[in-house]
Write a protein that binds this ligand. Structure first.
Ligand code: TXA
Ligand code: MG
Length: 317
């Protein structure tokens, strides 16, 4: 399959209308989109990404009215979050409409819905004239793509089109909030923080998996965000140095590394992390030391991704 590159949202939308798959930028990471009501097109997403089919997809809308076609009910909690934040790096999990095929939600009776805060994404979604399911546009298990080049690296020849935009602003995936329980539950931390959500609904909590329970967010059990290099978290600046090491963090280490990224803020650290992981793999770095940070604000989401990357170990080649 030839993958077409374009900067035109209307050109890219033509592929969706013909039942194809298109990678497009959002404010979080690039997504791989297909029409939410087109089962065959959704199948192509799972195949292109080599994604396990028990991992549900997020539906993306270009306007608020489209949400009604995806869910059976917008409850009071969800309405409050939509009014306060949308468009935003925030996904709300709600009971799904019967019109949405089960393959989109991996047989769950709920669906994650979000309206991205990115002009090119919104132009593209509006040109498609239908909501799109879109997981991150990476091969399953690899770090989410924050540039169109990262998408190209993973999916060239496997998808119909890449809508080329700028590097994504946030760099970490959206906050996922389950709005079907008694209290809103954060299933995945992101740029809309616990503190932000509690200003609207003070009872909002972070979901903790109980032992012997299957996770509420199936994606949580899959391996994630891992570069080929080993990832080691470091708080004391004592480095067990070996060959071909890299460092990313907020303050400069004394040791000499093959690749170093010092980030002026936690926000910048989040923005750069996945891109840095990919740079390390291109340079055949063996070990990446990542400075730990306080789990507050976006620091919670960043530490979540760092811990997952560190847990992953070296993936099978
Ligand atoms: O920022 C983002 O959310 C990006 C951009 C492209 O929008 N998308 C993204 O999608 O990260 P994906 O498929 O890589 O991650 C979706 C996560 C998974 O952890 C999945 O398990 C969870 O959201 N999820 C999706 N639908 C769900 C549902 N109905 N119930 C619980 N968790 C759900
Ligand atoms: Mg993903």
């Amino acid at each position: 399959m030839k993958t077409i590159l374009t900067t035109s949202p209307t050109e890219a939308a033509k592929f969706i209308k013909r039942g194809g798959t298109v990678a497009f930028p959002t404010e979080t990471v690039y997504g791989l989109g297909a029409n939410v009501f087109d089962e065959q097109a959704i199948n192509k997403i799972f195949a292109a990404k080599k994604r396990p089919n028990d991992n549900p997809l997020i539906a993306h809308v270009g306007n608020l009215t489209q949400i009604e076609s995806l869910v059976s009910e917008i409850n009071h909690t969800a309405r409050q979050f939509i009014e306060a934040f949308f468009p935003a790096p925030l996904t709300l999990v709600l009971p799904k409409s019967r019109k949405v095929p089960l393959i989109a939600t991996a047989n769950l009776e709920t669906i994650g819905v979000r309206m991205p805060k990115n002009d090119l994404a919104l132009k593209f979604l509006r040109a498609c004239a239908a909501p799109l399911v879109a997981p991150s546009a990476n091969l399953s298990g690899k770090p989410s793509p924050t540039s169109w080049l990262a998408v190209y690296e993973d999916l060239n020849g496997r998808i119909d089109c890449i809508l080329q935009g700028a590097m994504t602003e946030i760099g970490l995936e959206s906050t996922v909030v389950d709005c079907t329980s008694e209290f809103p539950l954060i299933l995945r931390a992101g740029a809309i923080t616990l503190e932000d959500l509690r200003k609207i609904v003070p009872e909002t909590k972070i979901y903790q998996i109980k032992e012997n329970e299957s996770p509420k967010s199936p994606g949580l059990k899959h391996r994630h965000y891992s570069p080929r290099a080993k990832v080691t978290l470091i708080s004391n600046f004592k480095f067990p140095m070996s060959e071909r090491c890299a460092f990313i963090g907020l303050s400069a280490p004394d040791e000499k590394f093959d690749l170093v990224k010092i980030c002026p803020s936690v926000k910048d650290y989040a923005h750069s992390l996945f891109d840095f992981f990919r740079q390390c793999d291109r340079r055949e770095i063996k070990e990446i030391f990542c400075q730990t940070i306080e789990e507050r604000g976006i620091g919670l989401a960043l530490m979540d991704r760092l811990k997952r990357a560190a847990e992953s170990g070296t993936p099978p080649s």
